[in-house]
Structures are given as C-alpha cells and as structure tokens.
Write a protein that binds this ligand. Structure first.
Ligand SMILES: [Mn+2]
Length: 430
C-alpha cells in the first residue's frame, strides 16, 4: 500500500520547521568554524553517509523468554523493502538493505531486485545462516548444525554449510549484492568438547572453499563474537581470529566489527584501527551494548565510544570515511522497529558529524608534542559540539526530514500499516 510518508509530506513538514532550523544551523556553523573546521565539508560528508538497514530488524525482536509482536509488521520481503524505503525517505541515509538467507530467501530474485530498484534502494551484504537448521539444506537426524557448521567433524555437515553459503552468493549475485557476510555460531559449551586446533583448521578450510567460489568482484567478511550461543569457546571469537581467517582466505576477505561482539571494556576503536591499518576492515554492524551482545540502539549507551570509532575511521581515511560496509544490526522488543532504526541512523549521523568536527591538524600537532591534555580537550570540543542542526541540514539536502522521528509519528505510518497488514502480523524470520 502507498506510504503516508511522501516526499511532498516531508517537504511540508520541513517548511514549518525551517525558521527555527535556519537559526540553529547558523549558530552551529559559527561554532564549527571557530573550532577550525569547514562546516560545508561536514555537510557534504554527512550527505554521502549511508547505513544499510537489516532485513531482520523490521519486526519486533524476540528474546529467549518470549516475543511480543508490535502489529503492522511486514509480512513478506516486499513489505520489508517498503519499510526501508520509508526509513530512507525520512533519513536520506539508509539507501541499502542487508538481506538474510534463509529468513528472506526470495522466490524470484530478479523481480525483487526490480522492486528494490523501483524504491530507489539497493542491496548491501548478504548474510548466510548456519546457526540454525534449515529444512532446505539440512535434514534432521542426518545433517544438523547442532555441533557446528563450517567447523563440524562430519564432512557432510561442512558440505551442507559450504553449499548454503554458495547458495547465498548466487542469490546475492541476482540481487546485485557484492559481499557475503559469515557469522558463525560454531563453538563449544564444555572444555574438551572439541579441539580448538581442529575446529579452526576445518573452519578455514571450509571458508577457503567458499572464497574460491566467490565471483571475482565479490568480497567475503568474517564477523567475530566471543560468546553466545556457545558459552565456553567460539571458533571465530575475536578480531585476531577473524583476521587470521581473512588472511587465510585471500585479499578479498576482510573483517566485520559488530560493536556488541566484544568482551566488556574492549577498546573497540583500537581494534578498528588495527584492522584498518592492515586493510582488512570490511565494515561494521552498528548497535550498542551495556553488558554483552545486547543489540541496543546505535549510540544509546556509549556515544563517546561511537564518536571515537568514527574519529578512528576518519584518521584512516585521511579525513574521509573509508569505503567499507556500514550496516545496522539491532534487535529490540520495546520500540517500534522503524523508530528504533530512525534513532540508530540519526545517532550515527550525530557521531559522524562530531568526528568530522574534530580539528585533526590541531590534534596531530598536540600528539606530536605529547600534549595529552590538549589532545583530549580537542576530542571533547568536537564530541560536545551540538551537531544536530548539521545532521538535520544534511538530511534536508537529501530530501529527507529535518526531524525524522516526529515526522514518522505525525504521518501515522504504523497506524496505516496496522490497518493494511493487520494487528497481529509477524515479520518473517524473527
Ligand atoms: Mn552482527
């Protein structure tokens, strides 16, 4: 059904907000200029930034204790695409979708590609799934990922997992994607359950086979995670292992940093710097966390860390963001899924804008003089800049909303979707 959020409606809403916005923007420009940074360059960089929306986050997420559906959730891939198109209309910064197979395995990839293109969107990374059995590739009692997939002791299980990844690449090729993301649940729950050595060797061997079958213009990303669902050991547990796997595959293999996939207090921005330094940073799964892999809203718990991550990226890109995959990976069971994604995107825009407001030459100068106090002062100056008028302006220039969340609510998008899709519709895959 037609979205109540149209470019025209956004334009009308923005006009009403324009007088206040212009005043705020003038002030923000002045502040940024005084800090020795060109506000126009900040606006241009912000306008280019885009975060892929995950196909699995458009419905309310469940926990292992239960799931509370929100109503009006998308019932098929096309409705998920409609939701992302609405998200992108509001933010101007979610121009691609990251698809998950088999949760979203299209019957007709060519038709889906045409539909997505028609919505002004494209496809980002394809995500494979060997963390649960899938009736099309596994057979209960014979082939099961219960004890691992790419690392499994049984060659037939490894074969099924490799073939699944190849299938995901084939689907992705038809959709116009250029990368495969492999997150593995493979690991153990009990000391002695499996050999660390053999598990790693078998995983690398399986990944090499997937890599050898990749189309020439494709990349493959490994995503590490220290624990869960395995609670004693995980095969791809940390960035060091992820890097070893990428190096073991070849030049077109790189690592994904999911911000929630680190042990408590890990210096994630330093991990980012290391991977970028050896050209093996493939991209991000943005989210936030208080305790573990909490999949909370980007920038909601550790905004300073997010700022430092973006500052690190800008350092490696000599002031520009490196061309890697920027994706959201969130799950929540309290908010409207689209409102959560709007906040994730606008929070990421704020963190990026703050990082862009950092006076890099002054920081380098302070670092070369070992002036720790001034260096930190410069970071704080950038981090504490109220950049929201700049992010709003970047959205306005992209034809998106000055205030996406307010616009989403005022237009009654979810009410319209509940009417169209039903009160108890449940998004596929979750
Ligand atoms: Mn992830």
């Amino acid at each position: 059904m037609a979205s109540p959020i149209t470019t025209e409606r956004i334009g009308q809403d923005d006009v009403r907000r324009l007088p206040d916005h212009d005043r705020d923007l003038d002030h923000a420009r002045e502040v940024v200029l005084r800090q020795g940074v060109d506000p126009e360059a900040v606006l241009v960089a912000l306008g280019r930034f885009s975060l892929a929306a995950p196909s699995w986050a458009l419905g309310t997420g469940g926990t292992r204790f239960g799931r509370f559906a929100g109503g009006g959730e998308p019932r098929c891939i096309e409705e998920k695409v409609d939701d992302v198109a609405t998200l992108n209309a509001l933010t101007g910064a979610n121009r691609t979708i990251s698809l998950h197979v088999p949760w979203d395995d299209p019957d007709d990839p060519a038709a889906l590609r045409a539909y997505v293109t028609g919505c002004g969107l494209g496809f980002d990374c394809m995500n494979s799934n060997t963390f649960q059995d899938n009736p099309s590739t596994t057979r209960e009692g014979e082939i099961s990922y219960k004890f691992g997939s790419l690392c499994h002791t049984d060659p037939a299980v490894r074969r099924a997992a490799i073939e699944h990844n190849r299938h995901v690449v084939e689907v992705g090729e038809k959709l116009g994607s250029k990368a495969l993301l492999v997150w593995l649940a493979d690991g153990t729950n009990h000391p002695g359950q499996a050999s660390f050595r053999r598990q790693f060797e078998r995983t690398l061997e399986s990944l090499r086979e997937i890599y050898a079958a990749l189309p020439e213009d494709w990349r493959i990303f490994t995503e590490h995670k220290p624990y869960e669902p395995a609670f004693y050991s995980t095969v791809n547990a940390d960035w060091g292992t992820s890097l070893l796997l990428a190096l073991g595959m070849g030049e077109r293999a790189a690592c994904i940093v999911d911000l929630g996939h680190h042990l408590p207090n890990t210096n994630i921005e330093q991990v980012v710097s290391r991977l970028a330094a050896v050209k093996r940073l493939g991209g991000f799964h943005f989210n936030d966390a208080k305790y573990g892999d909490d999949d909370l809203t980007v920038g909601s718990i550790h905004p300073y860390q997010l700022f430092l991550v973006f500052s690190t990226l800008l350092e490696h890109g000599d002031g520009s963001l490196p061309q890697i995959a920027y994706m959201i990976d969130q799950s929540n069971n309290c908010k409207d899924p689209l409102e959560d994604l709007i906040q994730a995107t606008t929070n990421a825009q704020v963190a990026l804008a703050q990082a862009l407001c950092l006076n890099r030459p002054a920081l380098e100068e302070a670092q070369s003089r070992n002036d720790a106090a001034l260096a930190e002062e410069l970071l704080h100056q950038a981090f504490r800049t109220d950049v929201r008028p700049l992010t709003a302006e970047a959205r306005r220039r992209n034809g998106a909303a000055l205030d996406p969340l307010a616009m989403f609510r005022a237009a009654g998008y979810r009410r319209a979707m509940i009417k169209a899709r039903g009160e108890s519709s449940t998004a596929t895959g979750l």
